[in-house]
Design a protein around this ligand. Sequence first.
Ligand code: IMP
Length: 424
Amino acid sequence: MGNTVVVGAQWGDEAKGKIIDCLAHDKDVVVRWGGGSNAGHTVIVGDQEYKLHVVPAGVLNPHTLNVVADGVVIDPAGFTAEIEGLRGRGIACDNLKISGNAHVVLPYHSLLDQLEERRKGGKAIGTTGRGIGPVYQDKAARIGIRMRDFTDRSAFPDLLAHVLSIKNELLTKIYGVEPLDAKKIVADYAPFADKLRPFVDDTAIVVARAARSGKSVLFEGAQGTLLDIDLGTYPYVTSSHPTAGGATVGTGLGPTQIDSIIGVAKSYTTRVGAGAFPTELEDEIGSLIRERGKEYGTTTGRPRRCGWLDGIALNYSALVNGLTSLALMHLDVLSGFPEVKICTSYEFDGKKISDFPSDQGRLSRCKPIFESFPGWQEDVSNAKSWDDLPDNARRFAETVERIAEVPVKILSVGRRRDQTIFRD
Ligand code: IMP
């Protein structure tokens, strides 16, 4: 498969971690390109469950080099805790590198994230509160602090004092809260800088050289296409580029180096946080999907909003990412429903449309038009091949392919690695 991008095809939480973990086996390098501790992957290996936030899922394979690349934002405390947690469970994490260009999330970022959300009131985004918006704001405003400087004992205090002089004005004069103390932050964060320093490298060169020498690279997406700051459902989005294009700018590997792009989508749709969600089910079917699919956030524990699969959104995702195939997840969660539905067009201002309007204004006026299918009553969690699946489940997957206009090449029927069907 060469160099492969794995991208979330919905609003995040599509179980990308499992697919990345499955594909990482025969990859030399796994690279995470964007987002930060707002993300959360759960990976099940045997009877062990790992919850990962920033560390790439390839870390569980000792022969894979794992890179946290330029486009990622790193909370030093959370990231250090994640590494130590893995080490405590026997995962050495020696196969990990962090880009010196990755921006660092500091205490004023999460504080401002929460204060900004509160100030927005009814217009709040429903962020994870992890400082993601503010740290990307600083990056664009060119007042961010990057890993290379954060881990440089002589550079960090001066840089922080400069940035904090700006942030403290905001904190005290706009939000009326106490200012933060630069010396205290430097002292509190010095142990994290010491622990993370050995991992810092010029990862764009490391990854590009690995690709040039014929090594295979897996690009690990975080969040999902519909949360992309440009292509997603703005303003109810995150502040980075979870779409496939982000994999190149976020890592330094050129677009010509990418051989395939796998979109990961659940067999239904979920969303966390605010924003339009045309296929949302606020009834007992939605609750049943939430309970069966354990649809609670890995990072925040928030219950996820649930609904039937939105084929229009999926088709959009396939278009804007240039997907070459789909991984259809959580097929087992839909077992037992008498009927299952897929949204195949929207009604917008009295007209039927089949192109996804990504802006909140139009999307919030769209009503889903569904195609219904007889469900499958069989437990599919032991299916090992396409032929093992009940006819109705296969028909469902074929409809997904037709609507998305992309072949479904991977199907997931449970949380474990061995509950994965590769169609070719
Ligand atoms: P932020 O990324 O914390 O700024 O949150 C912005 C929006 O993206 C909110 O609606 C979050 O719920 C959503 N979001 C961020 N990360 C994830 C994720 O990993 N899964 C699902 N939603 C996410």
